[in-house]
Unconditional design. Structure first.
Lengths: 355, 355, 355
């Protein structure tokens, strides 16, 4: 039964106004908080001294708590617990909080924390994606196995930092020094174009939606093509893959059914490996598409990704389902609102963090 | 005089609801059907077993007919004839149906089928564009004539598949084996940036509109620049031009008048070569822009192109004419609706397929 | 006190309808005039014979004055003075009018003409940006100093025309002939990805807004990466940087606070160098982002830039502040309207051109 406070229309902005959506001021916080505001929630950004001013400049941010470093986030938890807060996590939570801190934090949390371990470990992630039937690039165990160009990815690499391109085994030998004390994987370099697909899976309706698509904007690798081949040699540029932004894409419609199917399979398997809820809310499959129009899956992000920031005012794909601007951030807030209104908020929160 | 059923306001969604917009579930079908729904039509997708689930997932698709292969489309024609259906064709119709099947199909058809022959033949297309005064890349008749890089385009190449880059005559010789039994053209490789311009010409108002712009996202050629020049050699990558998506662009405004003029000339000449109606509805001119800001025309598509899928929620250009999200798909539906409401539906249908 | 004619609601479209927003038909005129129309102003385009037809094709353009060449603009000034016109300048004003003509023109002018001299001179611009604490590429005084790749920029280069890439001092020697009679600067070639940030600073509220972001679409340099490295050599292609369009981008949110800060510093210093008003309205900072996520500033444009044409129907960033499509052009018109309604129009016009 709905408690009286869940009745829509109470207060100027409906039931949601009694709850605060809170997130770390970074990554996709503007989108999350704008979406929360548009769905009627109060909003709170936990920002740093450097970013505080930015988040305060927006009318839809009701409150800002400034902390010295994002790593100090856990110290704000008592304040969040006092409010009726719901945390919407994004990539910076993974970057700044440990898995242990994630578990320890008892503030109501949108999403399933159990999935974090499967995402954080490259081996478990690979198991998950393989079981979902997705096509994965080859991995090499040692440098001597390398028989084609590879991407080296350091463990814990964030935002493309710590990626390295290696042409062949000899190239690996030359740089072995750099890698000596590091944990890393050696992933086949797939020749093709990148495309990142943003999904939303609703545990309330059981339906998957494709929200939008993008590609990353990476420095310096996305500028190499602008340097004439002859000049590149003398300039001695090594590609780096540091993500500094995103650009929008659409996918050939004849490949959309497969993209949709991949998302469904990833959700299905997640319910087996992290039962019963599995993965829900926003997630992203990062693909490379080869000339024979095959998707190779590089990685999965089990939450909202920064590429959705291109679509704060809606996307061509979300417009198919919503004839209003529906960002992924707003979609999350709407799911929480629907859960509140139907007295099923537990279905969209982590089990260890009831409201 | 308007028949009673054309009077707006009959039924909840106006006159259009008595008609079904039908199309093949591929290419730009989502945009076409969403636009049709938004203008008040009933909607029907003819999908395959693989894509059926995708099209059924959208609320704006009223009905799905599933066929085994898209080539079996003609078998659904009797069903379409029983309904008050209007077919809106797109690129997949050209890919899966022959010119003969197009002609045989008597379902009311948005567009002018006579133009198909001029588009399908590279020679006729070249005549058309030349008469319109457009700048075309040089063509070579034989490999020995080649004195600069060329693009080889196999006859009937679809979606960039079957394109090949050749550096010079020697390169042609080496690959002559691959081309031995093929029909192809040898087109000068123009060094410059691609830009695709999406137009809509209204036979009801006689006015041309620029709807949006894009560039294709092609694998693997759009990933070559991300591979260091030194590595490319050893990797032995040949460029391929398979289209897997699109990305949005805007055009320098000082060049927009010429873009508009090119569209007008293409329409004008089409009325001479396929009198009296010529080309109407959506079309696209595919250009390469050189450093002296000249447009070179690679091809024309005489119908809605997939690049418009970037703009299902409207484009910066369509917003100039419509202060609401106006995709090319919706623009088509609006034209049909206006034709119905003014008792001039024959002006937007192929002559052999009256309502 | 508000004069009676400023009272909102007079006439069908409010107070603004008594004023005409006028601009040169080029660059970002469509956006400026559409925005002006949407805010209730009358609109006027001064177009050429070639572009007249284009501007007349839009319903939001109330009037077109056709001149033979854009350089003849000054001849229309008496007509503009007779109307209650306000000029909104853009890049083409700088291209076609001299600083002297700018000063001579007494039509009410949105913006501060004093800033033009600081923008036109590369030395003054460098002083301004340095004082704002921005990171600038190294400059070389003579060819012999060159110890890394550079971009040569001819004085007065417009739209990327007159830019040249040089690999090293030897490359400079070879081309010295081309540069012999030219004035130019030699700017360090920064390896990284370009990102252009569009700002709006409101003198009425004292608040800075980030409106949108883009990168330029340059021919032929943005096509080089599509040519295999091995082929580039024989084709002997030199990069050129002629801007023919733009493509949209978003910025990593953790870098947004710095982007915002850079804009604030640029405005702050402008109030010292061109007191008291400094720079207001639209402007753009053109950056290159390196793999250590540093912004290098290539240039500032002290007015609306063409990259904003991607966002005539709004941008993800402007949507954060306005839950309606807010282009930079519309934002300008809204600022003028607010100034009219609060009797402070002098705060948004150049001091020498009161209403």
């Amino acid at each position: 039964m709905l408690a009286p406070e869940f009745v829509p229309g109470i207060g100027d902005r409906g039931a949601a106004e009694f709850y605060t959506i809170a997130t770390l001021g970074s990554h996709s916080a503007l989108q999350i908080l704008k979406g929360a505001h548009d769905e009627g929630f109060r909003t709170l950004a936990i920002a740093s001294r450097e970013t505080e001013r930015l988040y305060r400049s927006f009318a839809f941010v009701d409150e800002v708590i400034a902390i010295r470093r994002y790593e100090d986030f856990m110290a704000t938890v008592p304040q969040l617990e006092q409010r009726k807060s719901i945390i919407v996590p994004h990539g910076s939570f993974v970057a700044y909080l440990s898995l242990e801190e994630h578990q320890k934090m008892k503030v109501p949390y949108f999403g399933n924390k159990a999935i974090l371990a499967w995402e954080a470990s490259r081996e478990l992630q690979r198991q998950w994606l393989s079981r979902a039937g997705l096509r994965l690039p080859r991995q090499f165990k040692t440098g001597s196995e390398i028989d084609r160009p590879v991407i080296v990815k350091l463990y814990g690499a964030q935002g493309g930092k710590g990626y390295m391109f290696l042409r062949d085994a000899a190239d690996f030998e030359e740089r072995a020094g750099l890698l000596a004390r590091e944990h890393y994987i050696l992933q086949e370099y797939i020749i093709g174009v990148p495309l990142y697909i943003h999904y939303f899976y609703s545990p309330l309706t059981g339906k998957l939606e494709i929200m939008s698509m993008d590609r990353r904007y990476e420095t310096n690798v996305d500028s190499l093509g602008r340097i004439p081949a002859a000049a590149q040699g003398r300039m001695n540029v090594d590609p780096s893959y540091v993500v500094v932004g995103n650009s929008p894409l659409s996918l050939r419609e004849s490949m959309l059914a497969e993209a949709y199917h991949m998302g469904e399979e990833v959700v299905r398997v997640s319910q087996e490996i992290c039962p019963p809820k599995g993965l829900f809310g926003a997630f992203c499959i990062e693909t490379i598409i080869t000339p024979d129009t095959q998707f190779y899956i590089m990685e999965i992000s089990a939450r909202i990704v920064a590429g959705t920031n291109l679509f704060i005012d809606g996307s061509p794909y979300s417009y198919l389902n919503y004839s209003e601007p529906m960002s992924t951030g707003r979609r999350i807030a709407r799911e929480i609102k629907h859960a509140l209104l139907t007295d099923s908020i537990d279905r969209v929160l982590d089990d260890a963090t009831p409201l």
